[in-house]
Ligand binder design. Sequence first.
Ligand SMILES: [Zn+2]
Length: 287
Amino acid sequence: MIGFTGGTLDRADPVRHDPALFAAAIADPAARLLVLDAYHPRVEHGALGWTSLAAAPDDATLVLLGLDDGRPRFAAAIPGDRARGRSPALFGALTQLSPSDMATYAAARSVLDWHARHSFCANCGTPTEPFRAGWGRRCPSCVTEHFPRVDPVVIMLAEHDDRVLLGRQPAFPAGRYSALAGFLEPGESIEEAVAREVREEAGIDVTDVRYVASQPWPFASSLMIACVERARSDALTLDRNELEDAIWVPRDQVRAVLAGEPGPFLPPPPYAIAHTLLTRWAEGQSA
Ligand SMILES: [Zn+2]
């Protein structure tokens, strides 16, 4: 399972569109509120912690995450609350969770973070009000409706002669190499963004871009679009602002590293789609 995918909550679209149903969900004695501390979950016995809706402050915006077997599950956007950054402790907690709980957390974190940063209308500056069960905000002045944004990111492996291109960003932990990645820009297709990013970061031209898989990444709200493509040559010219180093790694060495053996790099963590991408390439599924 790709990290942050595999959610099982019913997102309950009819409830979002019916304020009476939304009010009934809030009044439901079975309703539960996700426990968060500066956006970090409380993990208990390998599962997300939940509490009573009464624990939400009066000025919180309740977001209906969905229905779990008919039982409403909420998260609270609390004014002034800001996300604590990513940390090894956070990822340590997340990796104890089931895929479904990881996906629930990802959705909650992204939408709460969006509320925190969209209190005012981007069109006219008036304070906005939540609607659609917390999945939108509306401007009472100019009536523009705002919805949580998702930012597409392409992440990709260029292959050449049965080797794959991996890069190292300065912020990575020592020894870590991963797939190249970058934001898709307005006016680009996925294939064009992949080709541009690889050219910009590594100085190589690619062809035959193939989609492999995708992953929501809730820091803050990216959609990782994983691809494999063929490099026309292996002569690298690195953009040192983006990459500290890049290496071509033969398939057998990628397999060995993923199997936990020593090799020329340390792999990305299992919950990152780069790990899925490398695993599938190593297994020959996308070669
Ligand atoms: Zn407005």
